[in-house]
Design a protein around this ligand. Structure first.
Ligand SMILES: [Ca+2]
Ligand SMILES: [Ca+2]
Ligand SMILES: [Ca+2]
Length: 273
């Protein structure tokens, strides 16, 4: 017969295993895995030629008010690629023709909470159809401040509306060094929150609807690419063999972790009984 101490230990162990597996499996719903840049980007707010974005991975998501949870919902596709120095984004946002506005803008912002109600770091990039992009920081929960003159405007890009979609292209340094921007490193993952009450780091993309004066947005998680041999060969829209091998390796790695945890649990349970 199992005594109370053994029962408590066993219960805690099962809870730990359950939580480990849950955390591992509970992935962000919108993961954008940036590709290593092969083809150059021409920041004209459009797909300039057939090759320009063929080397980039993408994610599809719905933007909405209330962090993607309330209408209007906008079907959106977002591509990303990076090199050692810069991140490049391409937005394609389906938008009703009758509501089109030349002042509508696309944005991406990043927030790191300090554990309470404030922030350790904040950064926002805004690109429009006309005029200069904006680079902001120092978000206090309602107001953003322009980087200039404290820092530098490091955002480049522009957009246009083709009658069905808004298209925006954005370029921003991974690490501008001006202390008013995100600091992204190659191979790292950013944006773990998928809910406004989650105090993990927020990475949100969206459209500012000027006539309605509100943001239509959602959370994404971004994985910054790191260079590999495959990065020097255009992938042509399909996974290169090295990338396939990398995915299989990661799956096997995860499977090994799960099996090890379960095996340890079984051995421990046998010892306790
Ligand atoms: Ca372009
Ligand atoms: Ca900034
Ligand atoms: Ca800046």
């Amino acid at each position: 017969m199992m005594n109370a101490k053994k029962l408590v230990t066993l219960t805690l162990m099962v809870l730990t295993v359950t939580q480990t597996v849950y955390v591992s499996l509970c992935e962000h719903p919108y993961i954008l895995r940036s590709s290593w840049l092969v083809n150059p980007v021409y920041l004209d707010g459009d797909i300039t030629d057939a090759k320009e974005w063929i080397d980039a991975e993408s994610v599809e998501l719905d933007l909405g008010t209330n962090y993607g949870r309330s209408p209007p919902f906008l079907e959106t596709k977002l591509w990303a690629k990076n090199d050692l120095n810069n991140l490049y984004l391409l937005y394609r946002i389906e938008f009703p023709y009758g509501s089109y506005d030349l002042d509508d803008q696309a944005f991406i912002y990043y927030l790191i909470y300090n554990g309470t109600s404030g922030f350790i770091a904040t950064d926002k990039s805004i690109i429009g159809q006309l005029g200069s992009p904006q680079d902001q920081y120092d978000y206090d929960g309602s107001i953003w401040t322009n980087d200039v003159p404290t820092g530098i405007n490091n955002v480049e890009g522009m957009g246009h509306y083709d009658g069905t979609f808004y298209w925006f292209e954005l370029k921003k340094p991974l690490d501008s060094g001006d202390m008013c921007d995100w600091l992204f490193e190659i191979g790292e993952t950013y944006g773990y929150a998928s809910s406004p009450i989650d105090k993990s780091d927020h990475l949100c993309v969206g459209l500012y609807d000027d006539s309605q004066d509100y943001n239509i947005q959602n959370f994404i998680q971004l994985v910054i690419a790191k260079p590999s041999i495959a990065n020097f060969t255009p992938v042509g829209g399909e996974l290169a063999p090295t990338q396939k091998a990398e995915i299989i390796r990661m799956l096997l790695f995860r499977l090994t972790i799960y099996l090890t945890v379960i095996l340890c649990c079984i051995i421990s349970v046998k010892k306790l009984i």
